[in-house]
Design a protein around this ligand. Sequence first.
Ligand code: ADP
Length: 495
Amino acid sequence: MWAKLKTIFHKVRFFRSLRIRLLCIIMLVGIAPCVLVCSGIMQSYESRAVRLRTNAVQTQLKILANHLITYNYLQDNSSEVIGAELAMLSNLYDGRVLIIGGNFKVVKDTYDISQGKTIISEEVIRSFGGESLSNYDKVHGYIEMTIPITETVKVMTESGEAEESVVRGVMLTSISTDSIISTMDSLNQRALILEALTIVVIISIAIVLSDILTRPFARVTQAINTVKAGYSNEKISVPDYLETEHIVDAFNQLLGRMKMLDDSRQEFVANVSHELKTPLASMKVLADSLLTQLDAPVEMYREFMEDITMEIDRENQIITDLLALVRMDKKVSDLNISTVNMNDLTELVLKRLRPIARKKNVEVIFESIRPVTAEVDEVKMTLIISNLVENAIKYNKEHGSVKVVLDADHQMFSLEVSDTGIGIPEDSLEHIYERFYRVDKSHSKEVGGTGLGLAITRSAVLMHRGSITVKSLEDEGSTFIVKIPLNYIGTVKAV
Ligand code: ADP
């Protein structure tokens, strides 16, 4: 039942508003007690009025019962004094009095209807046993009372003379409660007016309060909209509630991150343009110098054309790397995950790179601690291994070595690529994953790097929810350690 009500509340857009909910709660808390108190007061008034009326009539009836015995009314109902008393009583309380004698015969009925008839009811019988009874019939609007008419007689007992009450008859009375009901009606009317007034006041308070209480949230939306519309880029502040402060803090952090992304995008575009323009500028210089020298020898043409081809290769390499990087920025769901034998894959990549290493007289060693199979994207994994090993060869010294170690525990596998190369200066370590960052820009032409390799590698590692760390000492060498979960975890976008 509660769950059903909850889903209805969630489905109806109106009830999903915090303001409407607050309005309902304030109204409920204000109106319900007011209505309850009013109806409680009315009920207690009614029961008190009925009790007082019953007590008053019962007292009168008891006095009358004594008179009945004194005037011997049960045997002879001709007494005018009693007749007058009875008439007065029934007039006063707008009721009917029946006097029933010892044989259940009605001696007197103030309505003159049941005189001489026999009345045997449960109440009458109980009153003959000495009980005084009263019963309030709310529906028909009367109180019915039965009281015994008792006579005190002297009796002889073993211990001497004693007094005893003997029930001679019963007085059955019903009195109207019309006066109580009419008083209640007028009270009810006043209570209703009061209730209506209170409800109007509470609704007004609820509307104003719910508006005031939800205003900070409207301010948050307004502030966010100002930023969204582009009118401002400043941090927003709505410190009214802790809750709004939390929302605003989260939004400001998001804004900061967006600004950072925007800055890095701008920097990236500037870097790309610069990197792509550099080979073009070289080619232009080479071509121009050939064009200006009208009788340039063939050897010079050949030499310059070789240089131009090199620049074209470089431009090509930059574009290939850029495309690889852009592909990495796509969704993680674009990963093509399969179960890959990492030992075989590493062997394959190293086999491809060994000829390049040989040219530089660098030895490549592979140490496989245990067989490793993992759920990875094979193409991206190849990229990770070849980028790291290529760098280890590129930035090595003559007759140096590169060592690749593959190991695993029960959760992750690790790929360690260490070299005996030139190492990375300490202050460059935190920048090497940045796009287009190169430690030694002046030699990059000879070594042939684009500065994108490690950025691509890091993206590929993060896509697998892994980590990449580096330890390096200048002139001694560097060690890159990649750790990747054996089982693919997925779903989070690569950074
Ligand atoms: P590049 O294409 O220039 O190699 P990377 O992104 O792969 O670009 O590397 C960034 C820079 O980090 C390189 O220019 C180089 O200076 C440095 N670097 C990377 N790997 C090594 C290594 N194994 N030893 C020394 N320096 C390295």
